[in-house]
Each structure stands twice: as structure tokens, then as C-alpha cells.
Write a protein that binds this ligand. Structure first.
Ligand code: PHE
Length: 282
């Protein structure tokens, strides 16, 4: 139609008729298709199989599960297996075997949910260290995730039920510098390549020396914000070299073997990571 003007005069008549015929034919086709469409959809049994389906609402993994899975997959890549232990424990696995003195304040009723004198809800995942070392011979390289219980006041930042991941590596010549490197690699993988970590001296009855590890605040990049209480650092875990007494308690020769262990809190990390403002929402 656009070029009709440039058609030589003597051909105009013929070209015009052809164009006209084509136009009519096209219009008839469109009309026929329209009618077919309308009568088809009006049929009761008409179903358009090409329509996209309704996506079933299957929910998603809990933020704690997602965080745990990420921690596990990072350590799995560097050769750690997985172990589990019971949430209802005996005093022996939760305390005595971990070198807690009989009068250690952590055994106090205020922290521990005792079921009777001897049975309690585990206060940390460290008893899985003992259970694992009793049934495996070094080299031992395991991660142990799980729920732990402490009789603490419930508020937006803490709960009496929370989650930890325990790590344990026992072999000949395991050193503190290996612990540092491993945790640094982990922190960068988990929080991002820009984070720094720092080790602060600390105390746990079952490790010597012991340290607490902070990661530079991944919210403000270490400048200081409300979340890191303007320190630029967030505490993520406790760690240290397995105490010789602990190795003795499970029949591993501390003259031959050394090991490191760490215990990481998951709940607060997941709060920050997923921007959840109240731990009770878990
Ligand atoms: N169990 C300790 C806690 O709950 C953390 C920890 C684990 C420290 C392993 C050192 C080694 O605080």
C-alpha cells in the first residue's frame, strides 16, 4: 500500500485489484479465527493447556537451616564430616569430660536446665566432641550442628533455645595457626571477601589456649553502627586448642595428638544476615 504511488500508471489498475483482494483475504482470515476463538472458549470443556500453571506454595527453608547449610557446605569442602548428638545429655558429656571442675559456675542452675542431678539439656554442642572422639580414632575432622539450651531471659536478642555448630579437628601436629587460617577462610566465604577477623584471648575449660573470634561488622564494614554497638566487630565464635585433659578423658594420647575446636552461634548471625529484628520470630 505504501509504495502504490510509485506504481506506473498503466499497471495501477491491476496492482490496485491485487492489493484489494489480499486485504479482503487477510480480513476474512482474521474474522474466521476470531469466531473460532470465541466459540471455542465458550465451550464448557475448553481448556487451554498452554496456560502457565499455578505455582504451589511450598514455603522455604528456615533462616537458621539456610545458615547452617551454608556453614556445613563450606566446611565440607575442606574435608569436615557431620556428627550429631542428643539434646538431652548427661553431666559427664556436657561438663565433666570437657574438663569443667565440679564447682564450675556454668553448672549453676541459672544457666543449665537440669532434669535431675545427672541429666540436663545440653548447654552447647561441645559434648559431641566427646562422643565423636570416643568412637573415632584420629584423624578426626567433624562439624556438629544442633540446638542448645540455656536458662536465659528471653528478649529480642537472646533466647533460651538457640543453635550452634561445633567444629573439631584432631590429628598429629594440628596447630593454632591452622585454626586461624581455617576460620579466616570460612569467614571470608560466609560473610564476604572484605571481612576481617580478630582473635581475642578467652577461657574455656576444654581448650587451651582459648580465643573468641570477632568478624568485622558486615553491615557497616567496620565503621561502627547500631548492630555492632559502634565497635565495628561482631562476635561469632569461641575456639581453642583441645585441652590435653579432654584428650586424656577420651583415651587419645595428648603427647602424640593435638587438635582444635570451635563453637559458633548461628542465631544472631542469621538475624544480621537476613535482617530479622527479633530472635523470637524464629
Ligand atoms: N562451647 C563453647 C560455648 O558454647 C564454644 C566453644 C566450642 C569454645 C569449642 C571452644 C571450643 O560457648
Amino acid at each position: 500500500f505504501a509504495e502504490f504511488g510509485s506504481v506506473p500508471t498503466k499497471l495501477k489498475k491491476e496492482a490496485g485489484k491485487t492489493l484489494d483482494d489480499l486485504k479482503k483475504e487477510a480480513e476474512n482470515k482474521i474474522q474466521a479465527l476470531k469466531e473460532r476463538l470465541e466459540t471455542n472458549t465458550a465451550r464448557e470443556d475448553f481448556f487451554d493447556y498452554s496456560l502457565p500453571g499455578l505455582t504451589p506454595n511450598v514455603g522455604h527453608l528456615h533462616p537458621i537451616t539456610q545458615s547452617l547449610n551454608r556453614v556445613i557446605s563450606i566446611f565440607r569442602e575442606i574435608g569436615f564430616g557431620i556428627e550429631f548428638g542428643p539434646e538431652v545429655e548427661t553431666d559427664y558429656y556436657n561438663f565433666s569430660a570437657l574438663n569443667f571442675a565440679d564447682n564450675h559456675p556454668a553448672r549453676d542452675m541459672q544457666d543449665t536446665f537440669f532434669i535431675d542431678d545427672n541429666i540436663l539439656l545440653r548447654t552447647h554442642t561441645s559434648p559431641i566432641q566427646i562422643r565423636t572422639m570416643l568412637k573415632q580414632k584420629p584423624p578426626i575432622r567433624i562439624l556438629a550442628p544442633g540446638r542448645v539450651y540455656r536458662n536465659e531471659a528471653i528478649n529480642p536478642r537472646s533466647h533460651c533455645v538457640f543453635h550452634q555448630v561445633e567444629g573439631l579437628y584432631v590429628d598429629e601436629n594440628v596447630t593454632f595457626s591452622e585454626l586461624k587460617t581455617t576460620l579466616e577462610v570460612f569467614a571470608k566465604r560466609f560473610f564476604g571477601n572484605d571481612v576481617k577477623i580478630r582473635f581475642r584471648p578467652s577461657f574455656f575449660p576444654f581448650t587451651e589456649p582459648s580465643a573468641e573470634v570477632d568478624v568485622s561488622c558486615f553491615i557497616c564494614g567496620g565503621k561502627g553502627c547500631r548492630l555492632c554497638k559502634h565497635t565495628g566487630w561482631l562476635e561469632i565464635l569461641g575456639c581453642g586448642m583441645v585441652h590435653p585433659n579432654v584428650l586424656k578423658n577420651v583415651g587419645i594420647d595428648p603427647e602424640k595428638y593435638t587438635g582444635y575446636a570451635f563453637g559458633m552461634g548461628i542465631d544472631r548471625t542469621a538475624l544480621l544476615k537476613y535482617g530479622i529484628n527479633d530472635i523470637r520470630l524464629y
